[in-house]
Design a protein around this ligand. Structure first.
Ligand SMILES: Nc1ncnc2c1ncn2[C@@H]1O[C@H](COP(=O)(O)OP(=O)(O)OP(=O)(O)O)[C@@H](O)[C@H]1O
Ligand SMILES: [Mg+2]
Length: 287
């Protein structure tokens, strides 16, 4: 869908200052249908990457390749993308409804033709009750949620979110994460940056990890977690007397344990490969 091919970008701190390499040969692929988490510490280069993707700034070298499904010309491609920036600007004197109308009509879509979608998504994001209120009275979580609605009403094929969950309380984060899952089920690809690893782990199926402008992992989330697994298995079984027991065994011992249990009429309830949390993996990748 979108391919980053050896993208590099430098910034100068000031006119006379030396230039700093912010993105160093960044390559990754956004395949359609996924929820991709873009992970990296403050200053890693996430926003810079997203700005290059959006064509707001130009890379020094490398190319961003968009597949045909997103369109041929940049204007078509832009229409296929929904984008919520890291620091969106909300006109404080507009009501939520006026703000949505303004942004939707910027996409050449008549507000009246999408009232059903506006109703559905503002309800889902629990912001419908505030649509007639001025945006200046909205909390940070409410702003992120109305920004999210504004980014999806034109039915983009891919939604790009820069830190959508940052500064939002747990209830708001949970509502946004559910909306991301629902949207993905309807076929929208989602690419979002975050440094809240637990949230990202919960919602995405693929991960790209950026460390000081270098991609240190790009691929399947479960594969990454399994690769860093201790290799131990957690076996839960129920004994004949009804007691449920969980044991951790080394990979090489698991078959024998299961054989013994079955021979002793125990019933196996689950066999799970122990995987670390994404947070542990990211921390170890950096060491
Ligand atoms: N226009 C600019 N001019 C000079 N330096 C810049 C510019 N934009 C970004 N940088 C620098 O590039 C680096 C990466 O910034 P970027 O905003 O892409 O990081 P980030 O991963 O999004 O961080 P955060 O998690 O804090 O949002 C930082 O050191 C930043 O100071
Ligand atoms: Mg950023």
């Amino acid at each position: 869908m979108i391919k980053f091919n050896k993208i590099s970008k430098s910034f100068k701190s000031d006119f006379w200052g030396k230039s700093n390499l912010i993105l160093n040969d960044v390559s990754f692929e956004i395949e359609s249908g996924n929820i991709i988490g873009f992970l990296g510490a403050n200053g890693a280069g996430k926003t810079t990457t997203l700005k290059i993707l959006m064509d707001f700034i130009k890379q020094d070298s490398g190319e961003v390749v968009f597949s045909k499904e997103l369109g041929d010309k940049r204007t078509e491609i832009n229409r296929s993308i929904g984008y919520l920036p890291e620091h969106p600007y909300f006109y404080p004197d507009l009501s939520g409804r006026e703000f949505l109308k303004f942004l939707i009509e910027l996409n050449d879509i008549k507000f009246e033709s999408v009232l059903r979608e506006v109703d559905e998504w503002t309800k889902k994001l629990k912001i419908d009750h505030a649509l007639n209120r001025k945006i200046r009275s909205y909390s940070k979580g409410m702003l992120q949620r109305i920004g999210f609605v504004a980014a999806i009403i034109h039915k983009p094929k891919i939604l790009i979110l820069d830190e959508p969950l940052s500064g939002v309380d747990p209830v708001g984060r949970s509502i946004l994460k559910q909306a991301m899952r629902d949207l993905n089920k309807e076929g929208t690809t989602i690419f979002f940056s975050s440094h809240i690893v637990a949230d990202l782990e919960e919602v995405c199926n693929r991960v790209i990890i950026l460390e000081k402008g270098v991609v240190i992992y790009s691929g399947d989330k479960v594969e990454l977690l399994e690769k860093h697994s201790s290799g131990n298995y957690k076996v839960t079984y129920r004994q004949e007397d009804g007691l449920s027991i969980t044991k951790t065994v080394l990979s090489k011992d698991k078959d024998q344990l299961i054989l013994n249990l079955v021979n002793n009429s125990a019933s196996i309830e689950s066999l799970i490969l122990e995987t670390p949390s994404l947070e542990d993996v990211v921390y170890n990748l950096k060491k």
